[in-house]
Ligand binder design. Structure first.
Ligand SMILES: NC(=O)c1ccc[n+]([C@@H]2O[C@H](COP(=O)([O-])OP(=O)(O)OC[C@H]3O[C@@H](n4cnc5c(N)ncnc54)[C@H](O)[C@@H]3O)[C@@H](O)[C@H]2O)c1
Length: 106
């Protein structure tokens, strides 16, 4: 089984695709900005169908991370952009999946 990233997951098409993938045993990660370009009620109804589970211990519910202070006080500036860093992280996980899959958080 695979993990699928669905953009516009609250929308008409992607919500149905998510249902089919989940029924087939796949994992679905849905992304949607829930914009109000059209009637939001169908999106709200689809959200209400979601089964909200407790947060995973590794999930961060909110962050106010700000590197501004380090820059002001220390003159520190990141050498890697967020986008490049995130891409490198994903690539690292792909290359190290063999052992990373066994890492557990309690
Ligand atoms: N429904 C159809 O019959 C049909 C036919 C042909 C093509 N399409 C195309 O398929 C796509 C999806 O259609 P649909 O009917 O599911 O539309 P929809 O409006 O129901 O769903 C689109 C979803 O994308 C979300 N979204 C928009 N911009 C976003 C962003 N920047 N980040 C995150 N989420 C964002 C919206 O909130 C919405 O939930 C559209 O591009 C549409 O033009 C649809």
């Amino acid at each position: 089984m695979a993990t699928h990233l669905l953009t516009g997951a609250a929308g008409f098409i992607a919500a149905r695709v998510a249902e089919f993938l989940l029924a087939a045993g796949h994992t679905v990660i849905g992304v949607d900005n829930l914009n109000d370009a059209c009637d939001v009620r169908p999106k709200q109804w689809r959200q209400a169908q979601l089964d909200f589970r407790p947060l995973h211990p590794a999930d961060v519910p909110a962050t106010w991370a700000d590197i501004g202070k380090a820059e002001r006080l220390l003159g520190w500036r990141p050498q890697t952009s967020f986008r490049d860093g995130a891409a490198a992280l994903v690539e690292w996980y792909r290359e190290n999946r063999a052992w990373a899959k066994d890492v557990a958080t309690i």
